[in-house]
Design a protein around this ligand. Sequence first.
Ligand code: PGA
Length: 242
Amino acid sequence: MKIKVFDNPTQMGYMIAKEVAAQLNTKPESVLILPTGSTPIPTYKSIVEMYKNGEVSFKDAVTFNLDEYIGIESDHEERYYNFMQRNLFSHVDIKPENINIPDNQTTDCEKECVDYEAKYRASGCADLALLGIGNNGHIGFNEPGTAFDSVTHVTSIAESTIKANARFFASEDLVPKQAMTMGISTILSAKKIFILITGKGKHDILMKLLDTAVADESIPATALRLHPDVTIYADREAAGLI
Ligand code: PGA
């Protein structure tokens, strides 16, 4: 794993956006795995800016989001479908049919996960995956203990994640308890992976990730040790003195 440290999240987002633009300019039909959460927002802002300046196009791009809540109203602003429209998709030229996010309006989420995995694999898998990380080391909603050979599945959200995500909801008990998420093996199928880590609050998990030399299912992000092309993007607050 390589690590790149930036002065602040804005600068970091700009550099990641440049990488995404380079990927799409080299291969316009690239398949991307995309995250939600607060960490990727500066990246999405920079991508939108680059799109407006004619520096990148999503005309032929195909995207798969990492995950989606189960049991959230269709118009709730924290539904990841709505998050992605607001922060990225409504501002760029991506074709609606090339956007993939697990459909949480279905009555059969288990089947949705099977179909989502199949559609993702049929796309040829991601050229580039952007990921966030939870304080407990989760990637997507793969909470500690998730098998490294997992594929897209329905999962229970860990108590610590519910607490962390409560800041986006009116109260903690309104945070959904379940989600659909790409599995760890789904994520590892991407040809190149960037993991985005910002803020003081993520310093400890970044240190744990760097200090855990052997992939360990109790810290899901350590699965990235099994992948040949992973870059950690961190800001100075998350990196501390490293
Ligand atoms: P955050 O979430 O970017 O809002 O911190 C990351 C995650 O939980 O994966």
